[in-house]
Ligand binder design. Structure first.
Ligand code: AMP
Ligand code: ZN
Length: 471
């Protein structure tokens, strides 16, 4: 099956296949580890994981690299606020990121390099750029990239020189960048300032630290080679981060850096951009606290097409939960697969092929999930051997979405406090007495206490509701 994906660089869908005919090599910009990643970040990481899972399913060998940004203004500032060493601080948030990724069934990339551990690679790359005339040292010991020297600048974002004010305004360019030849040149090396404290590394230009863009150029080329298959991040990274990565890497090597650029549109919350000030910047911890499983969130994150902004709401989680409950009800009693079993060539029926086709068509996850739901309308009355094969195929196809763990997800025990149980029982009595007014009152009372009661034939279930809370 041919897999095609939109390429930001060429602005059209193109086949996804290893350029060396063997291994598909791809790089994803990883988290900046200064706090917990939010659910928007996870939209990007989960979609990148879905790309990886599709390649695995299609039996294309992959080499996946995702870095950790563990030195920048934010990590330095926050570690200083907490009074701990930068590495102690970033280790803590990197570990937390990995725990969240595990919970969301995001496969671990083959290599997860840290920026701090690769400073010598970054320095060598900067030296190459200086030698070739693409970079220059300023008086204070900082080194800048000379944008005017690279004729391909702007090819990814389509931005022309005059629109590059964003570079000057960007959060990464601090106010104290004196000595630049041009206001839109960007820092490759930042000379040490007293505010950086002990966070300084030696370089041929004096003590300092690398700029963010050079980190990703150096780490991607170290683990994937000078020219590789695909590079990815959220849409906010197209400019300036990825544009600058191309400028640095291609100027240094004279070769195409990444052939394919895969960008994921943003997640919004209740129709608004996520931000700390709006109090709508949620983490996986919040979602779990509201009583949902991480896979409910994963379903929501892949429920929209990656090229369109996705709106997150509490209702979308609720809907995801009920779909997943329905699907897991279709799995057989022994819903496990041996590793290496979950791929296209192992499918025993044609039932789920349309699902795979939808993913192969520009990673169309909403269409694929729609087809998955369709294909799950089979009955237990199918012949035993047919049913077994369908159920095994369902498990195989669930791995494509990272949803193979849904069977374990159901039936989670949430402890109900006795006073809540009592209120729910009282409400049940009111209902059997047809005292609807009292039943409604008790429902509201339960809701105020953070519990939702759902009536079911012959009974009810209780579900914990935690208030939406700001980070
Ligand atoms: P950061 O940790 O800020 O470097 O971001 C990690 C990844 O999350 C990057 O690929 C960003 O482009 C991506 N990202 C940031 N905000 C969002 C969002 N609201 N929706 C989707 N992806 C995002
Ligand atoms: Zn990057």
């Amino acid at each position: 099956m041919q897999f095609s994906l939109y390429n930001t660089l060429t602005r059209r869908a193109e086949p996804v296949a290893p350029m060396d005919g063997e291994t598909f090599r791809f790089y994803c910009c990883g988290p900046t580890v200064y706090g917990p990643a939010h659910i928007g970040n996870f939209r990007t990481f989960v979609l990148q994981d879905t790309l990886r899972r599709l390649l695995d399913f299609l039996e294309v060998p992959t080499r996946h690299v995702r870095n950790v940004t563990d030195v920048d203004d934010k990590t330095i500032r926050q570690s200083q606020v907490e009074g701990v060493a930068l590495s102690t601080f970033t280790d803590k948030w990197r570990d937390r990121f990995e725990v969240d990724c595990n919970a969301l069934a995001v496969l671990r990339p083959h290599v997860t390099p840290s920026a701090v551990a690769h400073i010598p690679d970054q320095i060598r790359l900067i030296e190459r750029l200086i030698e070739k005339g693409y970079a220059y040292k300023a008086e204070d010991g900082s080194v800048y990239y000379r944008i005017a020297a690279f004729s391909g600048y702007g090819k990814l974002s389509g931005l022309r020189a005059e629109s590059r004010q964003a570079n000057a305004d960007n959060r990464l360019n601090s106010d104290d960048e004196y000595g630049k030849e041009s206001w839109h040149d960007f820092a490759l090396w930042k000379a040490w300032k007293p505010g950086d404290g002990e966070n300084r590394w030696d370089s041929p230009w004096g003590p300092g630290r690398p700029g963010w863009h050079i980190e990703c150029s150096a780490m991607s080329m170290r683990y994937l080679g000078e020219s590789f298959d695909l590079h990815s991040g959220g849409v906010d990274l197209i400019f300036p981060h990825h544009e600058n990565e191309i400028a640095q890497s291609e100027a240094a090597t004279g070769r195409t850096f990444a052939r394919h650029w895969f960008h994921i549109a943003h997640l919004q919350v209740d129709g608004a951009k996520m931000s700390k000030s709006l109090g709508n910047l949620y983490t996986l911890g919040d979602i779990v606290e509201w009583g949902y499983h991480p896979l409910d969130l994963r379903y929501v994150l892949i429920s929209g097409h990656y090229r369109q902004t996705l709106n997150f709401s509490r209702q979308s989680l609720e809907a995801a939960r009920s779909v997943l409950n329905r699907i897991s009800g279709k799995l057989g009693p022994d819903a496990t697969l041996d590793s290496g079993e979950a791929n296209l060539s192992r499918l025993e029926t044609d039932r789920f092929l349309p699902v795979v086709e939808a993913l192969c068509h520009d990673l169309n996850t909403p269409q694929a999930l729609g087809r998955l739901n369709e294909a799950c309308r089979f009955e237990r009355s199918e012949s035993v051997s047919e049913l077994d094969a369908i159920q095994r195929d369902l498990m195989r196809v669930l791995t494509l979405f990272g949803l193979e763990g849904i069977a374990q997800r159901t039936g989670e025990a949430v402890e109900v406090p006795p006073e809540i149980q009592t209120l729910a029982e009282e409400r049940q009595v009111a209902r059997s007495n047809r005292d609807w007014e009292l039943a409604d009152e008790l429902r509201e009372r339960l809701q105020e206490l953070g519990w939702e009661v759902q009536d079911q034939p012959g009974g009810y279930t209780l579900r914990a509701l935690s208030p939406l809370k700001a980070n």
